[in-house]
Design a protein around this ligand. Structure first.
Ligand code: 4HQ
Length: 276
C-alpha cells in the first residue's frame, strides 16, 4: 500500500460556483505549487452545459419532497467535457469523485491513493444532490468528509484537494517526509512545544530539552499512543492490529503436549507463553 506520489497532478472541478476555486488554495504553499505547475486546476461551470433558455441545472424531485435535484443530462454533458479536455491535454482520465455524505469517509489512505494517480475529477453538488442515474452511468465514487451536512460539495472539494496537494513533491519542503507524521503511523499527533521554555507558569516537558533524541522519540510515541487510545478507540484498535506482533521467543514444543501450537488460553492463562 505504498503508492508513489504523482510528479504532477491535475484536478478538474465541476461546480456551479467556479469562483470558489482555487479560493484559499491560491494562497500559501498550495498556491505557490499551483503557480509552479506542480498541480493544475480546471474549473468547469456546470451551468454552461445547460441548453434551455433558462439555463436550469436542477428540477423538482420525482415522487415529491423538498428541494431540488441536479439534472442528469446537464451533469452528463459536464462530465463528458471534463474527460474530453483531459484526453486532449494528454492526461488519462481517472476516477470521478462526487462529494456526498453517503460516501466513503475520506482518510489519509485514500488521499495518498488519489495523490498517486495523475488525474482527478471532482463533482460538487448543490441542493438535495444529483440524479442517481448519473452516479451509475459514470461510476461516480462517492466520498464524504464526515457525518455533517454542507450546503454544497465545494468546501469538501477544497479540503480534499488541499490534502492531496500537500503530498505532491516539493510542496511541503522537508516537513513530514518519510512517514514522520503521526497519522502516517495511524496515530494522532504527540504534543508540540516551542519557546519560551516556561510560559504562564507551565514548563515544557524536561525530556524535550535533554537532547536525548532516542528518549525524545520514545516519549513522543508514548504520548501519541496515549492520546490515540483515549480519544480515538477506532484508530487505536486498527493501530494495535497492524502493529508488528511482539517477538515471542520460540520454545520447543513440549513432548507430551496434546496441542503444541494452540495459542488460546491455556492453564497458565498466558497462551502458553511466558512473554507479552
Ligand atoms: N454535501 N462530505 C450535500 C456534504 C458533504 C459531506 C455535499 C452536502 C453534497 C449535495 N460532501 N451536497 N459531508 O455534506 O462531502
Amino acid at each position: 500500500m505504498t503508492e508513489s506520489i504523482a510528479p504532477f497532478w491535475h484536478v478538474t472541478v465541476l461546480t456551479l460556483f467556479p469562483e470558489m476555486f482555487p479560493g484559499p488554495l491560491g494562497l500559501s504553499l498550495a498556491g505557490k505549487a499551483l503557480e509552479k505547475g506542480t498541480w493544475t486546476l480546471e474549473k468547469l461551470d456546470i451551468r454552461s452545459f445547460t441548453r434551455d433558455k433558462h439555463r436550469s441545472v436542477d428540477d423538482t424531485p420525482f415522487g415529491g419532497g423538498p428541494g431540488m435535484v441536479m439534472r442528469p443530462d446537464v451533469l452528463d454533458a459536464a462530465i463528458r467535457d471534463a474527460k474530453t479536455r483531459q484526453v486532449a491535454a494528454g492526461l488519462k482520465p481517472g476516477r470521478i469523485v462526487y462529494l456526498s455524505p453517503r460516501g466513503r469517509v475520506l482518510d489519509q489512505a485514500l488521499v495518498r491513493e488519489i495523490a498517486s494517480e495523475g488525474t482527478l475529477t471532482l463533482l460538487c453538488g448543490r441542493y438535495e444532490g444529483i440524479d442517481e442515474r448519473v452516479i451509475e452511468e459514470h461510476h461516480l465514487e462517492e466520498v464524504s468528509l464526515g457525518d455533517f451536512v454542507l450546503s454544497g460539495g465545494e468546501p469538501a472539494a477544497l479540503c480534499l484537494i488541499d490534502a492531496v496537494v500537500r503530498l505532491l513533491p516539493g510542496v511541503m519542503g522537508n516537513v513530514e517526509t518519510a512517514g514522520e507524521e503521526s497519522f502516517e503511523r495511524g496515530l494522532l499527533e504527540y504534543p508540540h512545544y516551542t519557546r519560551p521554555p516556561v510560559w504562564s507558569g507551565r514548563a515544557v516537558p524536561e525530556i524535550l530539552l535533554s537532547g536525548h533524541h532516542e528518549k525524545v522519540r520514545a516519549w513522543r510515541l508514548e504520548q501519541a499512543e496515549k492520546i490515540t487510545e483515549a480519544r480515538r478507540p477506532d484508530l487505536w484498535s486498527d493501530y494495535l492490529a497492524s502493529r508488528p506482533a511482539p517477538k515471542v521467543k520460540k520454545r520447543r514444543a513440549r513432548r507430551a503436549s496434546a496441542e503444541p501450537t494452540k495459542t488460546t488460553a491455556t492453564p497458565d492463562g498466558n497462551g502458553g507463553s511466558h512473554e507479552g
